[in-house]
Design a protein around this ligand. Structure first.
Ligand code: LLP
Length: 420
């Protein structure tokens, strides 16, 4: 059962009609379903729990997908860990109740201050992405009188066949350590006094709907683990990154978590490795929608526009990746539809949330931009001095505000004019 469905001709989030939310909190509004969020994480926990290799596995939610405290807190309560990419995300997950021992720190540009912050917190592992990062971490750990647990993020050079902007495991990517350099860097890591080799890590890209590249990447990583073992360098955990895709569009098939994970877990039988995963989109993407109102219609000969009160600053994905999000009328009307470009008020031609969408709408109607839970609010901005949207979470018949709408005064509160 989807957490967003039509009931009596009105789109609901769980048991709450979306017009009620628009009335109470205004639009644009991000609306999340607690059941959908928890269900998505539970699917991972169930598959891992049912597989002999999966016991003791750690699901580290990739915070970048959606970093709202309420969401992080729900996942933490279910036992999840977190994949962070900044000191800011570390502070956030700790504020949300995370266990630092379940935190992995990814990212190509960790500063010395961020390393210190993570060492002080006592995180589970640093996913190191380059030789100079390893040297810096060794130095910072030495200053703190600590040993830093480390995985090298290895670039297995497989093509995940996704959008080029979100492919990360190819040779040309800025991410990770080149496969052919990994062995030498592990030797270096093993020799550094303040580094503790803990694991190995890879992440090949995002929104993968075909599980085959994950298996290909794992084969390459396992070959490397065998080489490391032969040299007496032991890794204790294997971090397979994130990347499992979701269904954005009717013609897409979303692989089950079991179809993605079981072939990977099967390959790990007998190796005694703790499995770490970093899913982001899959846990939150289909658990959220962006609720918006039609302001004006501009019918035209060539193109017709439905101008809405949400814009590219609220949801960048269509402008940035030409990403598709279904756009549904909240209270569908009977009548003839027309192909509308659904656009926001921002002064950019790229400010669209959908193009040529057949809709039967009137000004004042509400629309739901679907599958907006991942990389929606998290990538939003204040472009055009637009306060960011309110976020609410629905739990059955209850609606909780989990982030209030920004005020314009807040947007320039940190700014200052020059003295007269
Ligand atoms: N781990 C690492 C090291 C990552 O770089 C990412 C995402 C993840 C995990 C989580 O990947 P996921 O499970 O969400 O696919 N803004 C883009 C997606 C960028 C993904 C960046 N890295 C979008 O809106 O499609």
């Amino acid at each position: 059962m989807s957490s967003f469905s039509l009931k009596n001709g009105v789109l609901h989030a769980e048991a709450v009609a979306l017009p009620t939310i628009a009335e109470q909190f205004g639009t644009p509004a991000y609306v999340y379903s607690r059941a959908a969020l928890q269900g998505a994480l539970q699917e991972f926990l169930d598959v891992l729990g049912a597989h002999p290799v999966g016991s003791g596995a750690l699901v580290c939610y990739a915070v970048k997908a959606n970093s709202n405290l309420a969401i992080l807190n729900l996942f933490a309560r279910m036992g999840a860990g977190f994949d962070i990419v900044s000191g800011g995300e570390l502070q956030r997950v700790l504020a949300a109740g995370a266990d630092p021992q379940k935190v992995v720190f990814s990212g190509v540009g960790k500063t010395a201050a961020e390393m210190k912050q993570a060492l002080d917190a006592g995180i589970f592992c640093f996913n190191v992405e380059s030789a100079p990062e390893l040297e810096r971490l060794n130095e910072v750990a030495g200053q703190c009188g600590k040993r830093a647990p480390v995985s090298l993020r290895v670039n297995p050079n497989v093509d995940p066949k996704t959008h080029p902007y979100i492919s990360t495991g190819l040779k040309e990517a800025k991410f990770g350590v080149a496969y052919d350099d990994a062995l030498a860097l592990y030797r270096r890591a093993a020799a550094l006094p303040n580094i503790e080799v803990a694991g190995i890590d890879c992440h090949i890209g995002s929104q993968l709907l075909d599980p085959a590249p994950f298996v290909e990447a794992l084969d390459r990583v396992l070959a490397l683990i065998d080489q490391l073992t032969a040299e007496g360098i032991a890794v204790h955990h294997l971090d397979l990154g994130g990347g499992l895709g979701i269904k954005y569009k009717d013609d897409q098939v979303q692989p089950t978590v079991a179809a993605y994970l079981n072939p990977l877990l099967d390959k790990l039988a007998g190796r005694g490795l703790k499995v770490v995963l970093e899913p982001g989109r899959r846990l939150v993407g289909n658990a959220g929608l962006l609720l918006t109102q039609v302001e004006f219609l501009k019918p035209g000969e060539g193109k017709s526009f439905a101008i809405i009160d949400a814009a590219m600053n609220d949801l960048m994905r269509p402008a940035l990746y030409e990403a598709w999000h279904d756009i549904l009328p909240v209270t569908p009307r009977a009548g003839e539809s027309r192909a509308y470009d659904v656009v926001g008020p921002v002064c950019e031609t790229g400010d669209f949330l959908g193009q040529a969408r057949p809709l039967c709408v009137e000004p004042g109607d509400l629309l739901a931009v679907m599958s907006a839970g991942a990389y929606g609010m998290a990538m939003s901005s204040n472009y055009n001095t637009r306060p960011r949207a309110v976020e609410v979470m629905v739990d059955g018949e209850q609606v909780y505000q989990i982030r209030r709408r920004e005020t314009v005064a807040e947007l320039y509160a940190g700014e200052q004019v020059l003295p007269a």
